[in-house]
Design a protein around this ligand. Structure first.
Ligand code: ATP
Length: 238
């Protein structure tokens, strides 16, 4: 039986989850790993895998963002990013893809996505938004960031070279026991130390812009797509 860790009501939303053929049926509890994924790499994929394998979540939803207002435009088209994500996750049943943010017009706000998800999952579901430490450092700058904790829990994943954010300013309860965390519908934070892989999309873009190879930093299918489409070549910003 899931329950909230505080008395904050998860507010009903005015939005309805839109349907998409790119989405498999939505699970009752949901762990969402969002990002620009420009491109998806093995640091992302191993993190998602560890969330499944080590933390015991049945399925992890990868959700590419549309226009990340706080990070600027991606270098590749939404189509290219989603093609790479599809290729990377194909045939892996514990990873699913949700393209709602790139289908939504305008800037991507996590709080809008979580409002939709809460609406469709119901108030009791254990909903989790996953961020790496670096993203967590700037979470307080996200649009309506405090509302995120009224809608979902957050897992912060350690990332090489990054540090934990100042959790004291987060309106959330830090939980060290995973099983207790999993009982929470929203408003809780769990710090996860998973397989540390010092890989980043910007590193990949930089290598490619200099004509190098990114083999084994991303899955072969993604490397092949990058090569076929000649992505990230030339003088791109990193
Ligand atoms: P960039 O280098 O362009 O900033 P990135 O590698 O950080 O990109 P994003 O798509 O921006 O990739 O990241 C999506 C999410 O994945 C963020 O929460 C980020 O912290 C996390 N993340 C990215 N790489 C890793 C990694 N190697 N280990 C753990 N988490 C990661």
């Amino acid at each position: 039986m899931v329950k909230s860790v505080n008395n904050m009501p998860s507010r009903p939303s005015h939005r309805l989850a839109s349907d998409s053929s790119d989405r498999s049926p939505q699970p009752a509890n949901m762990v969402v790993f969002g990002g620009t994924f420009d491109p998806i790499h093995n640091g992302h994929l191993r993190t998602a895998w560890d969330l499944h394998e080590t933390l015991g979540y049945e399925q992890i939803t990868l959700m590419p963002c549309g226009v990340a207002y706080h990070k600027g435009d991606a270098q590749t088209s939404m189509k290219d990013r989603s093609e790479m994500l599809k290729a990377a996750t194909q045939g892996i049943s514990s990873l699913r893809l949700d393209l709602r943010e790139i289908e939504r017009a305008g800037p991507t706000f996590t709080v809008d996505t979580l409002t939709e998800l809460r609406q469709s999952l119901g108030n009791a579901a254990h909903l989790v938004w996953v961020v790496g430490q670096d993203a967590a450092q700037t979470l307080h700058k996200w649009h309506k960031w405090q509302q995120i904790f009224d809608l979902a829990n957050v897992i912060v994943v350690a990332r090489p070279g990054a540090e934990w954010p100042d959790f004291s300013r987060w309106p959330a309860k830090i939980m060290s026991d995973l099983q207790t965390f999993k009982q929470s519908a929203f408003g809780a934070v769990y710090k996860a130390r998973l397989t540390p892989l010092p890989i980043s999309s910007s590193q990949i873009r930089q290598i490619l812009s200099k004509g190098g190879s990114v083999r084994f930093l991303a899955p072969d299918q993604v490397v092949n797509l990058i090569d076929q489409q000649q992505l990230y070549r030339g003088n791109h910003k990193t």
